[in-house]
Write a protein that binds this ligand. Structure first.
Ligand code: GLU
Length: 606
């Protein structure tokens, strides 16, 4: 949540405001309640901010008129205080010398605010963030230089956060600190950047240092100083990494929205995931060994990653492992009793999801072995898990996960397959997975027309059920989540066999009910389809071509019949019609699917 970025350049730039705007556009997926920038120009601090999207605010507030040699920017996902202009970041001190942008939460802000108020500081916002510039100002007033005051201020904060700051007296210096929330320093030629995400750094450089928890420091072009809070200076020479992404991966291409682009990219992203898994043979085998040797395997994730975890855990069970999935936000309860003989698989697109990170830490503390599945090898979760598998889906900008979900499922299925004891099963599945990119393209093609026409119907629907048995349930859950997220249709996923134990009482004529028929127990779904149809539901079945039976045909108002493929391949691809349906329903409703209300992509607050 919240994107923060800071840029310092060796020569003053007339277009610093434009550069910050471009960087913020790349961070917009992290929050779009408000946008703001602060620059230091010839010893003067200037701030421009407002509520709205980056382009609109930049235009309204004249970001393009801002020049200087150092600046910070912020896109907000509000936690403390409504999304208003006053609460928009950056926040400043009373003397307009220090500006701060912040991602995360400062838990002890009220007591600090009270103390600062009693010392005469006047606050302009309701945010937790604003205590930081005032605290720096207060500490500077007793003679400390800016960096010492900043470091001291950081040591007084409790919570999880990443902070960047500038001071009018330092024309080229960025001050920064990290506690839990991610922060990366980009090292370019004549430019240094500090940001929550590598995406805003990449247009300038692909050389970066990932900050560790509890690190604080400052950067100027050609100079980076980092130290551990309460420890000594860090040696960065061995910590510089080269990032693989190409800047062009971040464009929208010919598509109107990132979400559609990312859905269509799946044949390619899955090919990347698979070839990455094949080439990272050692890591994959190590991960598979960890799972294979464990008494129990726990798979944890949040949101779509949780649904991928459900598919993965069920597949591990199908292979005979004792596997369970649970939501990362409840890990502290579910991990009780987990210990040395167990393995935990942490699934997180960003590798920064706070609940999943805490689950990783708790698992490590309990002596369990942790395998992470992430789409960012520089992420905190990748670094803290004993073993990680890199998904290589490429950057996912749309808030609703699509291609990373299918990559996660593909990686989980692949892991299961590698560890399966039965050699003929393994070679059969690996052979089937080789065809995954091509099958994915044909699933997209087979779903496109039906998804578009169903979207017209769904655009006036209030509610829908998404039902499936066994593997069909988590795929349905992901389908329901998509349409909820981007099209605001209330959609509920349920195990199909449970639908008559309650949910069916809501079904009236034309109530949309989607059935996902995939793999195990699918013959039992037929009965549920008949029950729903008997109550007048509008029944849609998503199923493999060779599973179309007279009963299903008679009772379905619409069918999305997909290529006949192995169980493993269908687990990865059968969600695609639901992704397309959610996308087109949002568009039919005049919504922007890339920017769902109240959501942000990387959830870094509890
Ligand atoms: N707590 C800060 C605010 O509400 C930052 C929020 C965030 O990082 O999501 O403005």
């Amino acid at each position: 949540m919240c994107g923060i970025v800071a840029i310092a350049v060796s020569e003053r730039r007339e277009d610093l405001g434009v550069i910050l705007t471009e960087a913020l556009k790349r961070l917009e997926y992290r929050g779009y309640d408000s946008v703001g920038v602060a620059v230091v120009d010839s010893g003067v601090l200037r701030v421009a901010k407002n509520v709205g999207a980056v382009d609109a605010v930049a235009k309204l507030e004249g970001f393009a008129r801002l020049s200087g040699s150092v600046g910070i920017g912020h896109t907000r996902w509000a936690t403390h205080g409504a999304p208003t202009r006053e609460n928009a970041h950056p926040h400043v001190d009373c003397g307009m010398r220090v500006a701060v942008a912040h991602n995360g939460i400062i838990e002890n802000y009220s007591e600090l605010k009270e103390m600062l108020r009693s010392r005469g500081h006047v606050f302009a916002s309701e945010t937790d963030t604003e205590v930081v510039p005032h605290l720096v100002e207060e500490l500077k007033s007793s003679g400390a230089d800016t960096y010492s005051a900043f470091k001291r201020a950081i040591s007084m904060l409790r919570g999880a956060f990443a902070i960047v700051a500038v001071d009018a007296g330092h024309p080229r210096r960025i001050f920064f600190a990290r506690k839990v929330s991610p922060l990366i320093v980009g090292l370019g030629d004549g430019v240094v950047l500090v940001s929550s995400d590598i995406v805003s750094i990449l247009p300038f450089t692909n050389r970066a240092v990932v900050l560790n928890d509890d690190e604080v420091g400052y950067a100027e072009p050609g100079l980076v100083f980092v130290e551990a809070l309460g420890g000594g200076p860090a040696d960065l020479s061995s910590r510089v990494v080269q990032v693989e992404y190409a800047a062009e991966d971040f464009g929208k291409g010919p598509y109107e929205h990132y979400m559609l682009k990312e859905i269509y990219e799946q044949p390619h992203s899955l090919a990347q995931t698979l070839s990455g898994l094949v080439s990272a043979k050692e890591e994959v085998e190590r991960a598979a060994r960890v799972l294979g040797e464990s008494d129990n395997v726990y798979v944890v994730g949040a949101g779509s990653s949780y649904h991928a975890s459900l598919v993965g855990a069920l597949y591990f069970r199908y292979l005979g492992l004792r596997a369970y999935a649970f939501v990362a936000s409840e890990a502290s309860v579910y991990l009780r009793g987990v210990g040395e003989g167990d393995a935990v698989v942490a699934v997180s697109q960003s590798g920064e999801t706070i609940d999943t990170l805490l689950a990783v830490r708790e698992s490590v503390r309990r002596g369990a072995r942790v395998v992470a599945l992430v789409n960012n090898p520089l992420s905190t979760i990748a670094r803290e898990a004993g073993t990680y598998v890199y998904l290589r889906s490429g950057p996912e900008i749309s808030v609703a996960a699509t291609k990373t979900f299918t990559s996660q499922v593909a990686a989980l299925v692949y892991l299961g397959t590698v560890l399966a004891k039965d050699g003929s099963h393994t070679s059969r599945v690996l052979e089937a997975l080789r065809r995954l990119p091509e099958v994915t393209a044909s699933v997209i093609e087979s779903s496109e027309g039906a998804a578009r026409s169903l979207a017209r119907r769904m655009s006036s629907a209030q509610s829908a059920y998404y039902l499936g048995r066994a593997f069909g349930y988590p795929i349905s859950a992901e389908g329901a989540l998509k349409i909820k997220e981007v099209a605001y249709v209330h959609a509920e996923a349920y195990p199909a066999g449970e639908s008559k134990h309650g949910p069916i009482s809501l079904v009236v004529r034309e109530f949309p009910v989607f059935f996902t028929v995939v793999g195990e127990l699918d013959e039992l779904v037929e009965g549920n389809v008949e029950e729903m149809k008997a109550r007048g539901a509008y029944v849609v079945t998503v199923l493999p071509r060779d599973r179309v039976t007279p009963v299903l045909e008679r009772n379905s108002d619409a069918m999305i019949s997909l290529p006949r493929v192995s169980l493993e391949v269908s687990l990865v691809t059968y969600v695609i019609p639901y992704q397309l349906l959610a996308y087109y329903t949002a568009v039919e409703r005049g919504l922007n699917p890339d920017r769902p209300r109240n959501l942000a992509k990387t959830v870094t607050v509890f």
